[in-house]
Design a protein around this ligand. Structure first.
Ligand SMILES: *[C@@H]1O[C@H](CO)[C@@H](O)[C@H](O)[C@H]1NC(C)=O
Ligand SMILES: *[C@@H]1O[C@H](CO)[C@@H](O)[C@H](O)[C@H]1NC(C)=O
Ligand SMILES: *[C@@H]1O[C@H](CO)[C@@H](O)[C@H](O)[C@H]1NC(C)=O
Length: 408
């Protein structure tokens, strides 16, 4: 059997396909793309989403070394205005085809962003380049193909770094990091760099991914064997945007006859036990966000090759760029043993496969605190209606025990 890798990317495709097909059912008048095309309202993430439960929220802009302008959203508890001193800062890093809104789409006692804020943390929601809240650049526009010339490697080494540095400076404190899916790839790659990890107080990783060798999801296998990533690049499509005409057609052709799109979410992410399907329409007002074709290509390279390494440009270009035929690997043993790590993983997660997860653990010098939930799939860690007591309580206890944190 071929080696496969599912990635957060594919997971997200499936996730939103499933969302749109469920939405279709509830509508009973689905034109094929009306839901997926809906644009987010444009007042801003604070005004449109986060402030609906009266949490104080402020918008910040951060510039990366390579010129991207990113949106960063700071949220505190409803009583935050009265608080003299902010609690410890936490930077939230979303998954593929998502953005900072992902942490605030459920109710106040179900969404991690609100929960952390109400526990007294100084919450910062990051949105990576290309997403709806982070589409600026000093000299490029989204219409330029160069704007989309990046993968998660740049998200780790430039976006994460710029956001972390900003929060570190503003809060005068080391920062806790929370990642989900692609956010964990970014985190674990970035933490191998001493200059980055020195700003981190500790990290909580949901569905941690580095190696993608053992993904078993049937649809992922299909997309990888279709060479969807290379196909898209060969067609000159640099931006993956499922709200565009091309994106909608792409989704159609993936579903066409081969996959039951109603089971799509399960066939890619694994069975999610505990999501609230009637929230789907609301999720679709904000998700999915664009990403780059090169990012999908990099993720599929990891599936094909079984490595956790920089982008593979091909032998000769690699030689020119890296000085070696193969791209350099990210060495997980470079993550300091002293860095407190907490990881939550699920028995039904078809992307963060248990064998690949054990591979990650073996290469780390430290022993992370682990939370295993047998019935959880890839999306449950973000959207389960019981994630609060199943997952987030344990995460908050971990932060309290590994930071200089008084209780709130
Ligand atoms: C279905 O959508 C079409 C086109 O938007 C509209 O004309 C029609 O009235 C809708 N039908 C129902 C039952 O909502
Ligand atoms: C993307 O950038 C790299 C250098 O970082 C360059 O070698 C490559 O040609 C660029 N690709 C495209 C499609 O512009
Ligand atoms: C599921 O979502 C619907 C619609 O937002 C909401 O009315 C309901 O309370 C939610 N159920 C749970 C268990 O959260």
């Amino acid at each position: 059997m071929e080696r496969l890798v599912g990635v957060a990317a594919v997971a997200a495709v499936a996730f939103f396909l499933t969302l749109s097909s469920s939405a279709a059912e509830s509508d009973n008048n689905f034109t094929g793309d009306s839901n997926i095309r809906r644009r987010p309202p444009v007042k801003g993430l604070c005004a449109d989403v986060i402030e609906r439960y009266n949490h104080p929220c402020s918008e910040h802009k951060v510039q990366t070394k390579d010129g991207y302008v990113l949106g960063l959203h700071r949220v505190s508890s409803r009583s935050g205005i009265l608080r003299k001193k902010n609690g410890p800062p936490v930077l939230l890093l979303h998954g593929l085809f998502m953005a900072g809104d992902a942490w605030f789409l459920d109710s106040m006692d179900q969404s991690l962003g609100y929960i952390l804020a109400d526990h007294g943390f100084d919450v910062w929601a990051g949105s990576v380049r290309g997403t709806f809240w982070s589409h600026g650049h000093t000299c490029l526009s989204e219409k330029d193909k160069d704007f989309w010339n990046w993968s998660w490697e740049e998200l780790a080494l430039y976006d994460l770094t710029a956001m972390l540095h900003y929060v570190h400076v503003v809060s005068h404190s080391k920062v806790f990091v929370v990642g989900h899916s692609q956010g964990t790839i970014m985190s674990l790659a970035a933490f191998t760099e001493p200059d980055i990890v020195k700003m981190v107080q500790g990290a909580a990783l949901l569905c941690p991914i580095t190696y993608l060798e053992h993904v078993s999801a049937p649809l992922v296998l299909r997309l990888v064997s279709m060479h969807l990533d290379q196909l898209v690049l060969a067609l000159g499509i640099h931006q993956l945007n499922f709200r565009s005409d091309i994106g909608v057609q792409l989704l159609d052709s993936i579903c066409d006859g081969h996959v039951d799109c109603n089971d799509l979410l399960a066939s890619i992410t694994g069975t999610n036990c505990c999501m609230n399907i009637s929230r789907v329409d609301f999720y679709l007002e904000y998700e999915p966000h664009p990403s780059s074709s090169k990012n999908l290509n990099h993720l599929f390279q990891m599936i094909r090759k079984g490595t956790f390494a920089k982008y593979d440009y091909g032998k000769w270009k690699n030689l020119k760029r890296y000085g070696t035929f193969e791209p350099p690997k990210f060495d997980l043993s470079r993550i300091p043993k002293s860095l407190p790590l907490w990881m939550g993983y699920g028995g039904n997660d078809a992307l963060a496969d248990p064998i690949d997860f054990q591979h990650t653990l073996k290469e780390l010098k430290s022993k992370p605190e682990l939370l295993f939930l047998e019935n959880y799939g890839h999306v449950d860690f973000l959207s389960s209606v019981t994630a609060n007591r199943d997952v987030y309580d344990s995460m908050i206890r971990f932060f309290r025990s590994s930071g200089r944190i008084s209780s709130s």
